[in-house]
Write a protein that binds this ligand. Structure first.
Ligand SMILES: Cc1cc2nc3c(=O)[nH]c(=O)nc-3n(C[C@H](O)[C@H](O)[C@H](O)COP(=O)(O)OP(=O)(O)OC[C@H]3O[C@@H](n4cnc5c(N)ncnc54)[C@H](O)[C@@H]3O)c2cc1C
Length: 318
């Protein structure tokens, strides 16, 4: 059965997650046709490099679609191409529209999926992370159609170049109870949701005036900046940067934590990250137990040295 994958776009470009989502959809399709759907993505054909056969590019002048409108576009496309499996990502937006797509298609919604399904006695079981990545559940759909939400960085991307067909058409949007008056990015830099690397800092930095070195380290690495909850509560950093159980989840390739103790509520939001580096002057800080690499030292000495070394390394390898 055909698979439809919805690829989110931002600033008229596919988001980074597109390669991973297309690769997953292609593996899931197992030789059947893979359709992609995207809105206002000028580079939509690039998903052909990851196994998509046909991409539908919907065009609209609306800056931001509501979750209900996005869900309706995905559900319609799924019916049009006859897909019984719909793959979406796990962005904050996807978490809203995923359930709405499933409701419109009378489908099961299985979010946080971490890999291809296993087949047991003829039934497909999707492994998904639960309890803020503390455990796994094996979930089966009891419906004909299933909406699968792939967890970020769970599958990776596999190049699989195909001659891609492109269908471009105007998006017909459903009436909605909410409209956006405008969209403003929190910063012009990498966003926490999309970044491969996140540099995060906590109360150990003493005050907002010391964030220059955090931003500089993030700049050198092409990373997004983040912070612990008290830091945003105190107004040292914007709320959009707060990560953890009650903030944004981070599933990045590299998470660098500077002056963050590693409280359980912080770890709950970042433990899906692949490599965790901790810089803390207290060797007993709980974060070291969760770290892949740790530096016991004063952030005000360690971070500038790290920036210097990284700059030298980049200059030598330019
Ligand atoms: C319901 C609930 C939900 C919560 N949700 C979240 C959440 O989503 N995200 C979150 O982050 N927190 C959350 N918290 C708060 C959490 O429990 C911790 O209080 C918080 O994470 C601590 O932040 P911190 O590590 O920045 O500060 P601190 O606990 O004050 O730790 C500062 C660290 O910096 C180190 N340090 C100090 N000086 C230096 C230096 N010069 N160089 C290097 N290291 C230094 C210290 O050794 C210490 O380990 C939540 C709490 C509750 C009750």
């Amino acid at each position: 059965m055909a698979v439809l994958v919805y690829l989110e776009a931002e600033d008229s470009k596919l988001k980074k997650s597109a390669a991973e989502l297309a690769s997953f959809a292609s593996a899931l399709a197992n030789g059947e046709k893979v359709y992609a759907l995207t809105v206002n993505a000028a580079n939509a054909t690039e998903c052909g490099a990851f196994g998509v056969d046909e991409v539908h590019v919907l065009e609209t002048t609306e800056q931001l679609l509501s979750a209900a409108q996005t869900a309706q576009l995905i559900a319609e496309a799924s019916k049009e191409v006859g897909a019984k499996t719909v793959v979406i990502g796990s962005s904050a937006d996807a978490k809203y529209f995923g359930a709405l797509v499933a409701a419109q298609l009378e489908a099961a919604y299985i979010p946080n999926v971490v890999g291809l399904p296993e087949t047991q006695d003829g039934t497909q079981l999707f492994k998904r992370s639960v309890f803020t990545n503390k455990g796994f559940a094996f979930t089966k759909a009891t419906t004909d159609t299933v909406v699968v939400g792939l967890a970020k960085n769970a599958f990776g991307s596999t190049p699989n170049e195909k001659p891609i067909q492109v269908v471009t058409k105007a998006a017909t949007l459903a009436d909605t109870t909410v409209t956006s008056e405008g969209a403003e990015k929190a910063s012009g830099k990498a966003t926490i949701a999309d970044a491969d690397i996140v540099v995060s800092a906590g109360r150990g930095l003493k005050g907002p005036e010391n964030w220059g070195m955090v931003e500089e380290l993030a700049d050198v690495l092409g990373a997004a900046t983040a912070c612990s909850k008290p830091v945003s509560d105190m107004g040292w950093r914007p709320h959009g940067e707060h990560v953890g159980q009650t903030g944004k989840p981070v599933a990045t390739n590299l998470y660098i934590a500077i002056g963050i103790s590693g409280a359980i509520q912080h770890l709950a939001g970042i433990n899906a990250s692949k490599v965790k580096v901790v810089i803390n002057n207290d060797p007993e800080a709980p974060f070291f137990k969760a770290a892949d690499y740790g530096i016991v030292g004063d952030a005000f000495e360690v971070v500038p040295k790290l920036i210097e070394k990284l700059k030298d390394f980049k200059a030598q390898n330019a």
